[in-house]
Design a protein around this ligand. Structure first.
Ligand code: ADP
Ligand code: MG
Length: 416
């Protein structure tokens, strides 16, 4: 059975690692990284080279293609593969709008009564600015389209709202993602995320998680792709999970069904919990990075089976069984990240750092004649599993302490 994984980050290393454990021998990864190379055959095809990926999948008779990042989904890779009769895990371009258009997702939630902060959608800067004069602050301004996690700005006063609106809609700092814009009520609380797998008609739970977006301890410093994660989320009680199931997941499945949107793939629900009530901030249409690095090592059951059911729209053969322990993932980033990441530094101590229930997931790494070097902003994700978060974080940080590269940056407070 040949499997192709698309992507080159820690998320994709975690996916490749899990399916290798499930007993899959022939794994290809496009384009992969130095860690993935040890488990799979990496092929230098770019993630948005849909024709190239399609040709490769046909030539190698790929049984299942698993898409990691959102870019190829948004470019319609799933539609292109389906046209050729190939099995691919992920939503169609239309269904991927749940992530690629925040206004689409918000309107859907509003129509079906899914709790989400109140919002207005604008296509003209003048109207947005007029509206900004009537609301209270802080407020949240969001570019509608994909903006690499940079398109959401919390503004604290009218003048900042006006300059943000102009940046997004007139100066187009996020390109076409800013053709349409949203202004949302700012709510406070604690964030968590929840992952489910859908086969187009029903869904099964994967797990909850939490991620750390800021570069520095105590949530200081600039936003990043994510500096750490844990699973399950320590912020979700069984009572909250039931509210999420009843008020969010089941109305969402109903909404997709009623709107004729065939959603196959993972749905990542970004939540804010305020006063013990969950509210949806956003949906993503793929596994999160670095949440996946904390979730997948907890999965005991076979992953390829359920991903294939989801991809083919078949009834799920099984639910997902999780280890009840906690997983903590600490991301190590290169010097200069996230503004000017420096690469080409030698990474030492990798072999010493691994151990039982410790997983070293590579992201921006490359193998130069047997020497592993940094090759991107986020370099490694070190996940450990322990009886509780405290035990898991201690184990993860013990490993992190053994890994050395020039100017490495990591947070000390993941899981604290
Ligand atoms: N309505 C809101 N109230 C308060 N904080 C918000 C709100 N919407 C978004 N945020 C904050 O901004 C972050 C990014 O917003 P999100 O909608 O997840 O967009 P993206 O991940 O595409 O950048 C969230 O993780 C949250 O911290
Ligand atoms: Mg988000």
């Amino acid at each position: 059975m040949n499997i192709l994984v698309i992507g080159s980050g820690g998320r994709e290393h975690a996916i490749v690692h899990k399916i290798k454990q499930d007993g899959i021998k022939n794994i290809y990864c496009a384009p992969g990284n130095a860690g993935i190379e040890e488990l799979a055959q990496c092929v230098p095809i770019k993630i948005d080279d849909i024709d190239g990926l399609l040709r490769f999948a046909e030539e190698k008779k790929i049984y299942l293609t698993i898409v990691g990042p959102e870019l190829p989904l948004n470019e319609g890779i799933v539609d292109a593969f389906h046209e050729k009769g190939l099995t691919i895990f992920g939503p169609s371009k239309q269904a991927a709008m749940l992530e690629s258009s925040k206004s689409f997702a918000k309107k859907l939630m509003k129509k079906y009564g899914i709790p989400t902060p109140a919002f207005e959608v604008f296509t003209s800067p003048e109207e947005a600015i007029d509206y900004a004069g009537t609301i209270s602050y802080p407020a949240v301004i969001k570019a509608d389209g994909l903006a690499s996690g940079k398109g959401v700005i919390i503004v604290h006063e009218l003048s900042q709202a006006i300059s943000t609106i102009k940046d997004i809609m007139e100066n187009r700092v996020f390109g076409d993602a800013g053709k349409t814009m949203l202004v949302e009520d700012c709510i406070s609380g604690v964030e968590s995320s929840y992952f489910v797998l859908s086969n187009g008609s029903s869904c099964i739970n994967v797990a909850s998680a939490r991620d750390y977006k800021r570069l520095m301890d105590n949530n200081d410093g600039p936003n990043t792709g994510g500096m750490g994660s844990l699973s399950p989320s320590d912020k979700l009680t069984p009572e909250l999970e039931k509210k999420i199931a009843d008020r969010i997941i089941s109305p969402l499945m109903n909404a997709l069904n009623k709107e004729g949107i065939m959603y196959r793939g993972v749905i990542y629900i970004g939540l804010m919990i305020s006063n013990n009530e969950p509210s949806v901030l956003e949906f993503n249409v793929r596994f999160g990075d670095p949440e996946t690095q904390a979730i997948l090592p907890r999965i005991e059951s076979d992953l390829v089976g359920v991903l294939t059911d989801s991809a083919k729209g078949k009834p799920f053969s099984d639910s997902i069984k999780l280890r009840q322990e906690s997983a903590v993932c600490v991301v190590m980033a290169s010097r200069g990240y996230p503004v000017h990441p420096q690469t080409g530094d030698t990474i030492e101590g990798l072999r010493d750092a691994s151990g039982k229930d410790v997983f070293i997931f590579h992201a921006g790494t490359k193998n130069e004649k047997g020497i592993i070097k940094t090759a991107g902003g986020r370099v490694l994700g070190i996940t450990a599993i322990g009886d509780n978060i405290k035990a898991a974080r201690q184990k993860a940080y013990r490993s992190v302490g053994k890994i050395v590269f020039e100017g490495s940056q990591y947070r000390r407070d993941i899981g604290l």
